[in-house]
Write a protein that binds this ligand. Structure first.
Ligand code: 13P
Length: 251
């Protein structure tokens, strides 16, 4: 049985005060839920104040990025041990915004994921196609490349701890979500890809959907057999809508 994970990717939003206000409401309204795992992923500078509020609750902390080196002259970067020490459980890697604006490659994502394990963090690896790739019938090819490269040199145990987020780029921040059936099809394909290399570890790994997830579509997404939760952007910034999404993910 895979426990669904609903994670809020706040992207570059919320000051420390705003972050504190949001998680104070969330921890109260989501208290006691344990059939869905819940994570919030604030900007790095707000990991500490958020963790101070959610520590000891059912809310887990995620970061949005990390560098693969342990420490050193890498101005502007944050390392795995730094994230781990402040209570981080998950780290989002290879989000399409990082791939596009910050030129992260599949190889970078793979190095970061391997470093995440080394320092006791669980990666949420994002994959997904552009609108042009979808329209050209290249969705599965694109996803295949990203999944195979992203999981290179993983152990079976690491695969089980990994979360993949399938986020079609045309669905991110556009209000236009993939249909639940389409998302399920691609996620099923991703699980088959993982099975090729890691056998039945594929059945234990969680694969989320992301892209315009909202209270009105979470139930149909979660009704699909392959979809193990959601990576939520815009709708995770509002307490009521994030609470409704978590509620909607309870089966
Ligand atoms: P939206 O939910 O705002 O479409 O963003 C999705 C996303 O990129 C989550 O990582």
């Amino acid at each position: 049985m895979r426990k669904p994970l609903i994670a809020g990717n706040w992207k570059m939003n919320k000051t420390a005060a705003e972050a504190a206000e949001l998680v104070t409401i969330l921890k109260e309204k989501l208290a006691g839920i344990d059939e869905v795992e819940i994570a919030v992923c604030p900007p790095a500078v707000n990991l500490v104040p958020v963790y101070n509020i959610i520590s000891g609750t059912n809310l887990k902390l995620g970061a949005q990025n990390m560098y693969w080196e342990e420490s050193g002259a890498y101005t502007g970067e944050v390392s795995g041990p730094m994230l781990k020490e402040v209570g981080t459980t998950y780290v989002i890697l290879g989000h399409s915004e990082r791939r596009e604006y910050f030129k992260e490659s599949d190889e970078d994502v793979n190095k970061k994921a391997l470093a995440a394990f080394k320092f006791g963090l669980k990666p949420i690896i994002c994959v997904g196609e552009t609108l042009e790739e979808r329209e050209a019938g290249k969705t599965l090819d694109k996803v295949r490349g990203q999944v195979k490269a992203g999981l290179r040199a993983f152990s079976r145990e690491e695969v089980i701890e990994t979360v993949i987020a399938y986020e079609p780029i045309w669905a991110i921040g556009t209000g236009r979500n993939a249909t639940a059936e389409d998302a399920n099809e691609v996620i099923k394909y991703i699980r088959e890809l993982v099975r090729e290399d890691f056998g039945d570890a594929a059945d234990q790994m969680r694969i989320q959907y992301g892209g315009s997830v909202k209270p009105s579509n979470i139930a149909e997404l979660m009704a699909q057999p392959e979809i193990d939760g959601a990576l939520v952007g815009g709708a995770s910034l509002d307490a009521d809508s994030f609470v409704q999404i978590v509620e909607g993910a309870r089966k």
